[in-house]
Every structure is written in C-alpha cells, then in structure tokens.
Design a protein around this ligand. Structure first.
Ligand SMILES: [Fe+2]
Length: 208
C-alpha cells in the first residue's frame, strides 16, 4: 500500500482500524498523563518530577508501536500466548525508544517499570514494593483506571464509579498511599470532567 493510500483514512477500509487505534492510544496517553501528573502533585512531588510523570504518562505505551501488527486492529479480548509474549515486551521497547531519543533517563525508567505491580505480580522484572520507581507506581493506578473507563473494541467503557470499585479489587497491585490519594483525588476534584472531555469530545472540524 502506498503512503498516499495509507493516509486516505476516510476512503480506505483497510486503514480504518489504524485511525481508531491511534485515536484510542493518544487519548489514553493524555488521560494517563493528566491523572498521573495531578496525582504526583497531590503527593507533593517537585515540579520537575511532576513534569517527568506527565511526559512518561503520555508516552508510557510508545513501545507498542514496534509490536503494532500483533496488537492493533484486534477485536478479541484475550491474547494468545505468543501475542501476550510480544505485548509484554512493550515496556522494555518503550524505554529503549526514549533512551535512543535522549529523553531524560528518569522518564525512560518510569516507562520501563510501568507494568510492575506492588505485590510482585507485574512485568518485566516482577519487582515489588518501593523497589518500583515512584513515578511508575503512580502511572500504574492511573493506567488501570483509564483503561477501564475507555471503550475497547471488545467491550464498552465502565462508568467511573464502577471502575473505582474494580480498581479496589486490584488494590494489591498498587502502593496503598498512592492508591488512597488517587481515590481522594477522583472523589473530590473535577478531574473526571476533564478526563471525560479527553475521551469523548469531538475533534474540531478540519478544513484541509
Ligand atoms: Fe503499557
């Protein structure tokens, strides 16, 4: 397929799913970035650290670009073992991309560990507790919540109240102090309005 045809999203059914997946991926990155940077501020991190978390939140899944044929355009909820193996590489691939692009090493590190769980059940290194960098622990809870309140090709989004209950079910994966601050932030600020706008507002009309 030539580049011109690839870019002709509106008239090309073959590229339709790229548009949907790109749309979902970018909006998800914006959500995680907003939630995580706001949470970092609530937790009293410095301006510099808040900025690092914001950038890492936006780019945390950038490693999926390298494995996109295995994960985008999917309609099924479950991954085959082989596909799971590729998907699990995305944290390491993302950190490599950011290092190659000379992002701050702390941002690359947050991305590398963003799927580690507090109880040691995450990947790629099964790290546990405070071994996991603070920024990664912050992104972990925001990432799970943001995924739950987003539509997926195989299921509709959960509402925020349901998502909060579902996140409680997974609380062993999270740093408790971070989780409680997250819960308070969601319940007491207007951040959900901003998240709703990121996820659902139409883009301004484009007159090319
Ligand atoms: Fe991820």
């Amino acid at each position: 397929m030539n580049a011109e045809k690839l870019l002709d999203f509106d008239n090309n059914p073959e590229t339709e799913y790229y548009r949907h997946d790109m749309n979902d991926a970018i909006r998800h990155g914006m959500c995680v970035s907003l939630l995580a940077s706001s949470l970092a501020r609530e937790l009293g991190l410095s301006d510099e650290e808040v900025h690092e978390v914001a950038v890492a939140g936006m780019l945390h899944d950038i490693g999926k670009l390298q494995i996109s044929p295995y994960i985008y355009g999917r309609k099924e909820a479950t991954l085959k073992i082989e596909e799971m193996r590729y998907v699990r590489l995305h944290a390491k691939l993302g950190a490599e991309i950011l290092k190659t692009q000379r992002y701050d090493s702390r941002i690359a590190e947050i991305v590398l560990y963003h799927h580690e769980n507090y109880d040691g059940s995450g990947y790629p290194f099964c790290m546990r507790g405070e071994e996991i960098p603070l920024g990664s622990r912050i992104i972990r809870v925001c990432d799970v919540f943001s995924a739950l309140i987003s539509d997926r090709p195989y299921r509709k989004a959960f509402d925020a109240d349901t998502a909060l209950v579902m996140v409680i079910d997974e609380v062993r994966h999270f740093d408790m102090k971070i989780f409680l601050t997250f819960q308070k932030m969601i319940n007491t600020s207007d951040i959900l309005k901003r998240i709703d706008s990121i996820l659902h507002d139409d883009l301004p009309e484009f007159h090319g």
